[in-house]
Write a protein that binds this ligand. Structure first.
Ligand SMILES: Cc1cc2nc3c(=O)[nH]c(=O)nc-3n(C[C@H](O)[C@H](O)[C@H](O)COP(=O)(O)OP(=O)(O)OC[C@H]3O[C@@H](n4cnc5c(N)ncnc54)[C@H](O)[C@@H]3O)c2cc1C
Ligand SMILES: *[C@@H]1O[C@H](CO)[C@@H](O)[C@H](O)[C@H]1NC(C)=O
Ligand SMILES: *[C@@H]1O[C@H](CO)[C@@H](O)[C@H](O)[C@H]1NC(C)=O
Ligand SMILES: *[C@@H]1O[C@H](CO)[C@@H](O)[C@H](O)[C@H]1NC(C)=O
Ligand SMILES: *[C@@H]1O[C@H](CO)[C@@H](O)[C@H](O)[C@H]1NC(C)=O
Ligand SMILES: *[C@@H]1O[C@H](CO)[C@@H](O)[C@H](O)[C@H]1NC(C)=O
Length: 431
């Protein structure tokens, strides 16, 4: 009997579990290696843009997510520093893009992906997850990874889905690639909607149960907030330029604690109602936001990077998780045929190249746009993409899976044109 296609996925985050689902098929042996125990609760919400939500729907996850109280984002409103409404736009993407933008608790998405990857009730051999195992090195051409402690595991394909601080990245690129501080940090908080409903000052302006994203903008600080989990929790992201933060800049990590008193000082000038959620928060996570310049490649031999490991981006477009899901779908699509015929074990690198060729321009463009929108409009020397937000929304959302995108790229229908609008500026692409 032929030996089954063996796949190791390093990292059991959103990208790694999505890749496990996309690649799960027949008797393939798929192992996800995750450094943590996967029991940590990360209290924050995450959004899936229309096309990624459609991919997740094709995997059959919608009922699981709805049972946890996933919500569709119905609109977007912006207030200025005096607390005056500047614009309110309904945001149903259903008619235009064939899917909604959905808002989820990160833990709910992670649990649903884990269930879909590992449960025997779906087609294909269930994926196994090995927790508390940290990968320390990788031999990209041979297809082996070494775990802390010295154990070496091998596979036909290695997917590096190990996040912004990827251990695999330096083996794929043959050098360390630093993550770049972007000049901004973010506080993240989650509070119960019920506590906000008791605050007359807040509910006079905003109904926290309504599925709308609210942004309050000063010239360089902003609050972005909205409900999740069936309107039982309210999630707040507070973006601050590093130099305006009354704290020592934290290193990027999900676990750094922010100082609530210092955060309130920073947002002192914000309208009173907008500060209510900040006052109610009992704890805040603090991230120094970092991203990557576009990488010259994502693959080497049997190894390929996806998700934040390949293209970490700022959260200003809420696209990080969605791009990881799109990468995963591309792996599933281009590897779908590999067990057919005799030669597939030799084709892995060329399929990895196909994934990179299909995905990299799109991911770099969204990365650049996310960086641009973090900067005040007046800032000089930033990257510029000559697309308005509506054009960009089209670019983001008119993605019909990897096969279709590859076809469109080859036919240069639309895709090329959008790319010529991207002036790379400070985003250096090294050859
Ligand atoms: C403040 C903030 C807000 C955000 N908001 C949004 C949002 O609203 N919408 C959105 O789409 N995105 C958002 N993002 C981005 C989003 O979280 C990421 O883009 C997404 O999680 C990337 O998935 P990933 O699987 O590539 O990486 P991760 O989810 O980071 O997963 C990587 C996994 O690999 C594991 N790992 C790392 N190294 C090793 C190793 N050596 N060995 C074994 N395992 C390892 C880690 O423990 C982790 O579980 C936000 C990010 C930040 C910082
Ligand atoms: C959502 O909340 C409503 C009203 O509180 C409730 O009737 C409904 O059952 C909830 N749905 C889920 C999936 O929790
Ligand atoms: C906020 O908007 C209102 C009305 O649009 C305007 O009168 C006010 O000056 C604005 N405040 C700031 C700080 O820009
Ligand atoms: C951040 O991490 C670097 C390297 O790990 C360390 O040298 C530095 O002191 C850290 N900074 C803070 C503020 O913790
Ligand atoms: C901190 O907050 C206070 C009060 O808002 C402000 O005067 C000060 O300039 C801030 N920045 C630093 C770096 O302390
Ligand atoms: C993405 O959106 C387009 C436009 O609505 C739709 O035709 C397509 O099926 C979607 N892609 C995926 C992968 O679902």
């Amino acid at each position: 009997m032929a030996k089954p296609f063996k796949i190791i996925i390093v990292g059991g985050g959103i990208g790694g579990l999505a890749a496990a689902i996309a690649l799960r098929k027949g008797d393939r042996e798929i192992t996800v290696i995750e450094q943590s125990s996967l029991h940590r609760e990360i209290g924050a919400t995450i959004s899936l843009q229309p096309n990624a939500s459609k991919i997740v729907d094709q995997w059959g996850l919608t009922p699981l997510l709805e049972a946890k109280g996933s919500m569709t984002d119905k609109g977007f409103q912006v207030y200025n520093l005096s607390g005056e409404l500047q614009m309110k736009v309904p945001l149903s993407t259903q008619s235009k893009y064939g899917a909604e933008r959905i808002v989820l608790h990160r833990v709910d998405l992670h649990e649903a992906l884990k269930h879909r990857a590992t449960s025997p009730e779906y087609p294909g051999k269930p994926v196994s997850i090995r927790v508390s195992s940290r990968v320390v090195s990788c031999s990209c051409e041979d297809g082996t990874v070494e775990l802390e402690g010295g154990e070496v595991l091998s596979a036909d394909l290695i997917v590096g889905a190990d996040g912004i601080k990827s251990a695999i990245r330096r083996y794929v690129l043959d050098k360390e690639v630093p993550t770049l501080p972007t000049g901004h940090s973010a506080y993240r908080m989650v509070i119960p909607v019920s506590s906000l409903l008791d605050e007359a000052e807040f509910v006079k302006v905003i109904d926290p149960r309504e599925s709308v994203t609210t942004m309050v903008m000063a010239h360089d600080c902003r609050l972005i907030m909205g409900p999740a989990q069936n309107s039982s929790i309210y999630s707040i992201v507070a973006l601050v330029p590093d130099e305006r933060m009354n704290e020592t800049a934290a290193n990027s990590s999900w676990t750094t604690e922010g100082d609530l008193a210092k955060m309130l000082q920073t947002f002192e000038l914000f309208p009173d109602w907008a500060k209510v959620p900040l006052r109610l928060a009992e704890a805040a996570g603090l991230w120094q936001l970092r991203d990557l310049d576009p990488l010259p490649t994502w693959y080497k031999g049997r190894t390929i990077l996806i998700g934040d490991a390949a293209h970490a981006m700022l959260p200003t477009q809420g696209q990080g998780a969605s791009q990881s899901v799109e990468d995963a779908e591309a792996l599933g699509a281009f590897f779908s045929h590999v067990e057919e015929g005799e030669t597939w074990r030799r084709e892995i690198e060329s399929i990895n190249k196909r994934v990179f060729d299909c995905r990299s321009t799109r991911a770099s463009t969204i990365q650049a746009y996310s960086r641009q929108t973090a900067k005040p409009a007046t800032e000089k020397g930033g990257i510029r993409i000559n697309m308005n937000p509506a054009q960009f929304m089209d670019y983001n959302c008119k993605y019909d899976g990897a096969f279709d995108w590859e076809r469109r790229q080859k036919a240069s229908s639309g895709v090329e044109n959008l790319m010529s609008n991207l002036t790379v500026g400070e985003l250096k692409v090294e050859a």
